[in-house]
Design a protein around this ligand. Structure first.
Ligand SMILES: *Cc1c(COP(=O)(O)O)cnc(C)c1O
Length: 443
């Protein structure tokens, strides 16, 4: 005979009407969203059917098809598959050969990194998530740049972390407002995030500026997470300096990867370099980072096996080709859009982007950057990203990896859009503008 309670249970089940499924969405999922999606999904995006669309929105250098990965990288990946030796698991924080290779790649004359100072991750995104999970809890806060890369805010929302954004000065190469940064720090500030070279600003910080940021971190005893996924991706006068090499006393986690520089964002490998000169992170943080790698059991084994060859064999001409292209496109955007009194492009020196300010008060029928981008798409079929996505209203972002001709046509169409929306159309031929004389009739 069945025990009493069990009989009751069967009885209750059998007499009930079947209920509808009621599966709630988790708190985590509800609070996980990319701010870019949030803005773009609410936009009305429809092109002008008369004009072919130029898409300058996506931070993926493969979209135009003009920048294939290098032969050497491609071969390294094929060899890693063909060898048949990379079908199994590797250590969750990365195999020794791959970590050795990244150590060699990341070392500078100022500082030699060791293979034990690394964990590998699934893309730089995966590295950022692991670094944040190791140091920040629900209720804590982190400092992020504004304008800044949206993943940081996305992770914060997901995990109940407060994202406090510090100001950057566009007129000063997007340098950090150091007073603002310092004023945001309290006892629950666990991390200062710096992105250099910057997405979305295209800025490349001077050595002295990075040292000023380190001084603040040291004064308040807050570790730094420096996002260097665009390390060496510079085409201006400022060379790249790694925060990891510059730090003396501040514990720094540098995150990086091959997505952008090697033009293979789909290959999904990245890393965290632990810079800890005075053992401030100590063994516990190293161990925490390695433990967190066990959640996804590390990046793909095949790409780990290919990594040493990718990092050592990719020729300098390969990098130069991309940098030369971006130097040209950034000049085209800067030079031609500077001529428009409605826009103020901020010169870009690196990464793959440029931000352009919009003087909305000089345009009729344009409320803000979101409105500008929608109407630019509707009238001129040029799709750019409103910088509201990066908490920076009244700017828009363009990607610089497009072919030169595409950049030219995009600029012509943006200029036409500005002329079509120009307030108080001028008749006297030219008007004063910060960047010199703007010849209305010249267009
Ligand atoms: C693209 C990007 C990443 C992510 O790189 P993946 O290796 O593709 O995950 C991280 N940080 C910044 C600033 C980026 O622009």
């Amino acid at each position: 005979m069945l025990p009493n309670n069990s009989t009751q249970k069967v009885c209750r089940m059998s007499t009930c009407e079947p209920k509808d499924w009621d599966i709630p969405v988790s708190y985590t999922a509800q609070n996980t969203f990319n701010p870019i999606r949030n803005v773009v999904e609410t936009m009305h995006i429809e092109e002008n059917p008369q004009l072919e669309v130029i898409r300058l929105t996506v931070g993926d250098p493969t979209v135009f098809g003009n920048l294939p990965p290098s032969e050497e990288c491609f071969r390294a990946l094929c060899d890693a598959i063909k060898s048949g030796k990379n079908n199994g698991y590797k250590p969750a924080y990365g195999c020794k050969e791959a970590r050795n290779a990244v150590a060699k790649y990341s070392s500078t004359p100022e500082y030699i990194v060791d293979a034990e100072d690394f964990v590998l991750a699934s893309g730089c995104s995966g590295a950022i998530e692991i670094a944040m999970n190791a140091l920040v809890d629900r209720g804590d806060n982190i400092l992020i740049p504004r304008p800044g890369f949206s993943l940081y805010k996305c992770i914060c929302g997901s995990r109940g972390i407060e994202a406090r954004s510090y100001k950057l000065f566009p007129e000063n190469g997007w340098e950090v407002d150091l007073d603002d940064m310092a004023s945001l720090i309290d006892e629950r500030t666990k991390l200062i995030v710096v992105v250099n070279p910057s997405n979305p600003c295209g800025s490349v910080y001077k050595r002295e500026h990075l040292e000023e940021i380190l001084n603040i971190a040291e004064k308040y005893r807050v570790p730094v997470l420096c996002d260097e996924v665009y390390a060496h991706v510079t085409f201006g006068k400022e060379p790249f300096h790694s925060m990891g090499s510059l730090t003396k006393n501040v514990p720094v986690l540098v995150v990086g990867g091959i997505a952008k520089r090697f033009l293979v964002p789909g290959w999904r490998i990245g890393w965290i370099v632990i810079h800890d000169r005075n053992d401030s992170f100590g063994f516990k943080i190293r161990q925490a980072l390695r433990r967190l790698c066990q959640v996804i059991v590390g990046p793909c084994s095949v790409i780990q096996a290919a990594l040493p060859t990718i990092l050592s064999d990719c020729p300098t001409q390969f990098f130069e080709k991309t940098l030369n292209l971006m130097k040209k496109t950034s000049n085209i955007f800067y030079e031609s859009l500077s001529l428009l009194p409605e826009l103020y492009p901020v010169r870009s020196q690196g990464a793959m982007y440029m931000l352009i300010g919009i003087k909305v008060d000089r345009l009729h029928s344009v409320k803000d950057d979101v409105d500008f981008t929608q109407k630019l798409m509707a009238e001129q079929s040029v799709f750019v990203l409103p910088a509201t996505c990066f908490q920076c209203p009244n700017f828009f972002r363009v990607v610089l990896t497009c072919p030169v001709e595409v950049a030219r046509v995009a600029c012509e169409r943006i200029a036409q859009f500005c002329r079509d929306h120009r307030k108080n159309a001028l008749t006297n031929g030219h008007m004063e503008h910060e960047n010199g004389i703007y010849h209305v009739n010249g267009y």
